[in-house]
Design a protein. Structure first.
Length: 220
């Protein structure tokens, strides 16, 4: 008998957690073939499995090699789901985002989820990758005439780079042209306010929705 959406979502999360890359991809195939919602499979299944792996790392049950294998399983299954994620095409607005993980930080799983969510909300996304020098954010914002800049960091030691980028946007006369959001584990609304960002959200789905609202409000 075909498995229910909830069963497959739970199984995908477990496959990520258990580092079973082939199983995770096969479950994702079964999930999309059954016609279930791909976005929900990503946020409720795969991402939750990755978050749980993060908790096990904090509890010293998993270590870096395990996390890398979990992220391999995560990405393999994301590749299966990604073409099936519905984009909002009704907006009619053309919006451009530049995103990246700040210099010194190579944690990019959250940023990669943000990219998918922003595309879903109708943004054209230029992804600068991880460990991105400040100047690259400035150059990309200018080159692509960005409406939105999203910066990510998971480490307290690299948070300062976000403030540096905002300062450089000001120095280059670009700050008023773009909406800036910040996110990642150690970031908070209070920190976003302190450094003069326009917003913060704790997860990528709400971040992308807020990005869209802020960009449209900024234009009007
Ligand atoms: C997975 C992981 C790794 C993986 C990263 C794989 C990869 N490609 O990303 C590996 C194993 C490589 C790794 C390496 C290291 N790690 Co690590 N890692 C983690 C871990 C366990 C989970 C992070 C994660 O992926 N979470 C899942 C994703 C989905 O969540 P997320 O990134 O927060 O993203 C969500 C939101 O924050 C939001 N979001 C993200 N970006 C943005 C941006 C915007 C604009 C918005 C609005 C929202 C938003 O949306 C996302 C989805 O909903 C965390 C601990 C933890 N529980 O967070 C430690 C952690 C971040 N790592 C840590 C450390 C120290 C390291 C290392 C230095 C370890 C070492 N000694 O080598 C290296 C880093 C090297 C470097 N310079 O970058 C520390 C950081 C401590 C600190 N100073 O703050 C942590 C907190 C663990 C700890 N408690 O010590 N790590």
């Amino acid at each position: 008998m075909a498995r229910s959406k909830e069963e497959l979502i739970a199984a995908m999360g477990n496959a990520v957690l258990e580092m079973e890359d082939e199983e995770a991809a096969a479950l994702a195939e079964e999930y999309v073939e059954a016609g279930y919602d791909a976005m929900e499979g990503l946020t409720e299944g795969l991402a939750k499995g990755m978050n749980r792996a993060g908790e096990l790392y904090e509890e010293k049950e998993y270590f870096i090699p395990e996390l890398l294998l979990c992220s391999d399983a995560f990405y393999g299954a994301v590749d299966v789901l990604r073409p099936h994620i519905q984009k909002k095409t009704d907006s009619g607005e053309q919006m451009t985002a530049v995103i990246g993980v700040v210099e010194g930080d190579t944690h990019d799983i959250g940023k990669n989820i943000l990219k998918i969510m922003l595309e879903t909300e109708g943004f054209d996304v230029y992804d600068l990758g991880k460990d991105v020098p400040t100047q690259n954010f400035i150059d990309a914002a200018r080159e692509h005439n960005a409406d939105f800049i999203g910066m990510s960091t998971l480490m307290t030691t690299t948070m300062i780079k976000m403030s540096e980028i905002i300062q450089e946007l000001k120095n280059n006369g670009l700050r008023d042209r773009v909406v800036v959001m910040v996110g990642g584990g150690p970031i908070s609304e209070a920190y976003a306010d302190k450094i003069g960002a326009d917003g913060y959200e704790p997860d990528a789905a709400s971040a992308a929705r807020r990005a869209r609202e802020l960009v449209l409000a900024h234009r009007s």
